[in-house]
Design a protein around this ligand. Structure first.
Ligand code: PFF
Length: 462
């Protein structure tokens, strides 16, 4: 007897779960950093173009592949496109596995900073504390890293264990409104700061002379990561959508919410940075700098209501990360359930434990552990963590995304994709012909540019 496959209870439940997958460390950690590095405005505009021209069509493609077959990534591609395409699904499962293994480590950092900020709120920010040193100490403390990432892994397993409705959807319904609420509070506070005008101009006033061609590719590469595309997560979530829900509408809502949240995160962080003399020159150099080095201190010295917002902010990061890690684990688990006939409970524990072995490798990458902290496969990347991140962001997601555009645009029959996208629920603005053009030509061409840039021009998305 196979267990009955779950379904989302409603369209809203699905949209929240998928939006939760999309909104994550990519929005709060990576996007503000790359926007800063690429000088704002023009980069943001290019990012919006990439999201609309490449991200949105692929989101629809993944969801329709999932729903048409009601199977997880491997089975869905086999059934909707053809037996050989199962390999692309496996590639996605592998990608989900690796991404989850190190994403959990960063998510664990948010727990550490939550505990720290609660302590500072209660007892005051310690005199003379250097947050850069604090960050260095915590990442290189192997015991601490293991405990935090184990805690986070267990939370992820705990959600996925209860399945699509009682686990994933329930947590998304509970946490996303909290997440939006905290962000709104923070935005409100940030906009009171004197640097907010400059932040708004930085994000929304494009100056094309400041945008390098590599920045355009970076925007494109990030649009995959931020929308959870290229590795079957949306295929898997799509497989639980009921037939009477509109994939087109849902895709649009998910993409818009993800984008708005990324922009809000920028406005919050940049308002703080521009308000502090000399801060703009100090920030940068590393992705972790803003979130885990500059901000913790600024909450206690500059931000209005910072003593309350500090801990809340790290709750926000943890919640955003959890709604993403649960989708990553679901990709791997649902594959094992569907293709190997193992029960959900056993599959979740098995997959969670297997991923955690690799999380240990990533968690110890910053401590002085032989091989894990010194591994050097890719130029300029040292240690297991950086190697895994480089491999996933530069190689796995773009190739997986390219595969999906080709599968949906060139190998899936027109009748099949049209039947999923066009029905009574489809909004008037949607044109199937336009979608088909983007998925067959525009998206593959754009992704090919990424792959060529990585292979021949040393562009780095990690
Ligand atoms: N979209 C997530 C983020 O922006 O942090 C990352 C991610 C989650 C990618 C889930 C892929 C995925 F399946």
């Amino acid at each position: 007897m196979t267990e009955q496959r779950g379904n989302w209870t409603s369209s809203a439940g699905f949209v929240l779960a998928a939006t939760g997958s999309a909104i994550g460390l990519g929005n709060l950690w990576k996007f503000p950093f790359i926007t800063w590095e690429n000088n704002g405005g023009a980069f943001v505009l290019m990012y919006l173009v990439c999201i609309m021209a490449v991200g949105l069509p692929i989101m629809m493609a993944e969801l329709l592949i999932g729903r048409s077959s009601q199977k997880s990534a491997v089975g869905a591609l086999k059934e909707a496109v053809g037996p050989a395409w199962g390999v692309l699904g496996l590639w996605g499962v592998l990608c989900g596995f690796i991404l989850l293994s190190y994403y959990t480590v960063i998510a664990g950092w948010s727990l550490f900073y939550f505990a720290q900020t609660v302590g500072w709120t209660a007892g005051g920010f310690p005199d003379g504390l250097q947050t850069g040193d604090l960050f260095g100490e915590q990442v290189s403390n192997p015991g601490l890293q293991l405990v935090m990432s184990l805690g986070f892994s267990m939370a992820t397993v705990g959600v996925v264990y209860f399945g699509v409705q009682k686990g994933i959807e329930r947590i998304a319904r509970l946490f996303l409104p909290i997440l939006f609420g905290i962000l709104l509070l923070m935005l409100f506070s940030a906009l009171q700061m004197e640097g907010s005008g400059e932040a708004l101009a930085f994000v929304f006033r494009p100056s094309f002379s400041e945008l390098e061609p590599a920045g355009i590719l970076e925007a494109l590469g990030h649009s995959f990561f931020t929308l959870s595309l290229g590795m079957g997560a949306m295929i898997t979530y799509g497989s639980y959508i009921a037939k009477d829900q509109s994939i087109v509408k849902a895709s649009a809502v998910i993409v818009v919410l993800d984008t708005v949240i990324a922009l809000v995160a920028c406005l919050i962080m940049f308002s703080v940075i521009f308000s502090v003399a000399g801060m703009a020159e100090q920030v940068g150099g590393s992705t972790v700098g803003m979130l885990f080095i500059s901000l913790p201190q600024l909450f206690y010295t500059e931000v209005p209501f910072g003593t309350i917002l500090g801990p809340l902010f790290y709750v926000l990061v943890a919640l955003a990360a959890l709604t993403s890690t649960m989708s990553l684990l679901e990709v791997v688990t649902s594959y094992v359930i569907d293709e190997h006939g193992i029960s959900r409970h056993n599959a979740t524990i098995l997959c969670g434990a297997a991923v955690f072995v690799f999380t240990i490798f990533a968690a110890l990458s910053f401590a002085d552990v032989p091989v894990l902290s010194t591994l050097a496969v890719f130029e300029g990347k040292t240690g297991w963590f950086e190697t895994a991140d480089h491999f996933v962001s530069n190689w796995m997601l773009p190739t997986g995304g390219l595969g999906i555009t080709i599968a949906a645009g060139w190998f899936m029959t027109r009748e099949k994709s049209e039947a999923e996208l066009v029905d009574a629920t489809t909004p008037a603005w949607f044109s199937y012909g336009a979608w088909r053009f983007f998925i067959r030509f525009v998206a593959p061409a754009a992704i090919s540019a990424i792959i060529i840039a990585v292979m021949f021009f040393g562009v780095d998305f990690s």
